[in-house]
Each structure stands twice: as C-alpha cells, then as structure tokens.
Ligand binder design. Structure first.
Ligand code: XMP
Length: 323
C-alpha cells in the first residue's frame, strides 16, 4: 500500500545503508525533483551530504534566493552556491541559435559543477563516493532503465585527486511520478513554493530569449515573467496550468504608442499550456481579464516592451518552449 510515509522510511533506510560512512553530493537546480531528492538524502545522512547550486544567471526572479534561503531553512542542508553568471553570459555572448545556446549552457554547467565537486572533494577527502540525482520514473522509462555510475573528470587545478572519479548514483525518486514526488516533498516539510513549482527548463531564461542572451534582456524578461507569475497566482490558476513560459522576442520590434509618443519596443509572448506529461500540450484558455491584467502590467511596468501576445498553438506542432 503506497503512502508517502512508507516511501520516505524505505528510502531513508536504503540510502543510509548504501552510503554508510561515505559522503554524497547533490546538485540543486531549483526544481522540484532535485529539491525533494536532496531533502530525502539529507534526512537519511544529514551532514554527510553537500548540495551544490550553480547560479547561471538565467534563473527567474527570486529563484536563487528561494534555494539559498527557504530550502536551506527547511532542510538544514549544507549548500555550496557558485555564482557563475558572468561565465555563462560571456560564453553566450553573440549566440542566437537555440541548439548552440543549449549546448553552451549544458557544457558550462557541467564544468562549473565539476569544479565545485572537485573543491568539495579536496576539502572532504576521497570518501565522497555518491552523487544524488532526482531521476523520476518517467525518466527511467525514457532512457531505457539504466542506472549505476557517473564518471567525473577531476580538474587539474585541484591537487591530489585521481584522474577520473567514479561516483555511484543515489536516485531515491526512481519509482515515483511527479505528483508523488510533490507529496513526498510536502511530507518532508519543504515550502509550497518549491514543492508546487511548475516545470522550468534547465537552460532557464536562456532559451526564452529569442535572439542573443544579454544581462539587460534577462533583467527585462525576469520582470515580465515575475508579473505573469504573480497574476496567475493571484487568480488562483497555478494548479490549472502546466506552466506558462514567458518569452522575449529580442530580435523583433514593433511600433506602439504610449503617453504622447511613438514607441518601438519588443513583444513578450505568453505561452500558458495545459498538459499531463509535457509530451503533448494544449494552450490554456486563460480568463480574458487575467490576460488583460498581465498585458497591462507588463507594458506599463517593463521598459522597452510595448506589446504582449498570446501563443495559441498546441503541442504538437509547437513545443512548449520556443527554443
Ligand atoms: P518542450 O519545449 O520540448 O518542453 O515542449 C517540454 C517540457 O520540458 C521542459 N524543458 C526542459 N527541461 N531541461 C529541462 O530540464 C531542458 O533543457 C528543457 N527543455 C524543455 C519544458 O519546460 C517543458 O516542461
């Protein structure tokens, strides 16, 4: 009989047994899965776990603080935060192609994460033998069911480490679906803002700016996105929609009029979707008054945005994200 209590008890015992007196590292993305996986492992092995959060500067407003403050407060986890905004932005400079952006963000992420790992190992010694991952059941099915180890190349600027480190994986959510993960997170005392969070792509706002990614554009998109999220929450719609990407068409300008003058600003796209599993999706029929409020606020409050448009494409043929 499935209960969250059983799952937690079972996993805590299994993780304790697996880890013994060794240590584990867990990357936090700000998303539900890694947060719940980390909280579960924290419950099992406490200070033998160190979490790493790479701030790539592509997060939404308030998300880094949520990890740094709320998650740490709820779990008491040891957290290493790496501020890598400048590194990501310079790697992304001049790049507009979506696949290239994804590759760069993925590559830089692994480099920064491995560097952080190497530093933790240099501090804690070779007993760091485990890597925690928030793999869910659908991920297991999609990838053919394999599990096991991860090879991490150590960095030459951290002395005294073997050339290649092999980590064993801890994947405490491997048997669970998303809604079950949320229940486990809730039971573990994680705040609602983390447990009920809608999906957000690893490459973050980097793939929600159509065009080159710059600090100014990210700040602009962060403001627009925060307004949309605020209004959707205020209208009680968070649970009705799967997610609502907010996209900046940075290479597009259109003519507008505001106050006494002509404007020539960027459009913001709202992409609210309903879905069961993100494999297919339909555009959400949001109430017009909510859309109107979001539109008015974004055009009033976000400089250089003079138009808000609604994406009414299902998936397929559209994907949920624009890039
Ligand atoms: P698409 O755009 O393919 O998105 O319809 C399906 C779901 O996946 C999310 N997504 C990602 N999640 N890393 C992630 O962790 C990624 O690179 C990524 N790309 C898309 C997207 O937000 C949607 O929920």
């Amino acid at each position: 009989n499935w209960t969250t209590g059983n799952v937690i008890e079972e996993q805590v015992a299994a993780i304790r047994e697996q880890v013994g007196d060794k240590r584990a590292i867990c990357g936090l993305s700000g998303g539900v899965d890694s947060a719940v996986a980390a909280a579960l492992v924290q419950k099992a092995i406490g200070s033998q776990l160190t979490c790493v959060y790479v701030d790539h500067g592509l997060m939404r407003k308030g998300e880094t603080e949520q990890v740094e403050k709320d998650f740490v407060a709820a779990t008491g986890v040891q957290l290493k935060v790496v501020d890598a905004e400048e590194r990501f932005l310079s790697a992304l400079a001049g790049v507009s192609d979506p696949e290239e952006k994804r590759k760069i963000i993925g590559r830089e992420f692994i480099r920064v994460f491995e560097q952080a790992q190497a530093e933790i190992i240099a501090d804690a010694g070779p007993e760091v033998a485990f890597l925690v991952q928030g793999t869910l059941y659908p991920d297991v099915v999609e990838s053919g069911g394999g599990t096991g180890t991860a090879n991490i190349k150590s960095h030459h600027n951290v002395g005294g480490l073997p050339e290649d480190l092999e980590f064993k994986l801890i994947e405490p959510l491997r048997k669970l679906f998303k809604d079950e993960v949320r229940m486990v997170g809730q039971e573990l005392g994680l705040p609602d803002e983390i447990v009920q969070r809608q999906p957000f792509p690893g490459p973050g706002l980097g793939i929600r700016i159509v065009g080159e990614v710059t600090k100014e554009r990210l700040d602009l998109l962060r403001e627009a996105d925060a307004i949309a999220r605020e209004e959707l929450t205020a209208a009680g719609l968070d649970r009705d929609i799967w997610q609502c990407p907010v996209v900046l068409l940075a290479d597009v300008r259109s003519v507008g009029v505001q106050g006494d003058g002509r404007t020539y600003g960027h459009p913001i796209v709202l992409r609210p979707v309903s879905s069961e599993d993100a494999m297919t999706a339909d555009w959400s029929r949001l109430p017009y008054d909510v859309l109107a409020k979001i539109s008015t606020r974004i055009t009033n409050e976000v400089a250089d945005v003079n138009r808000v448009v609604l994406d009414v494409t299902s998936k397929p043929p559209g994907t949920i994200e624009w890039e």
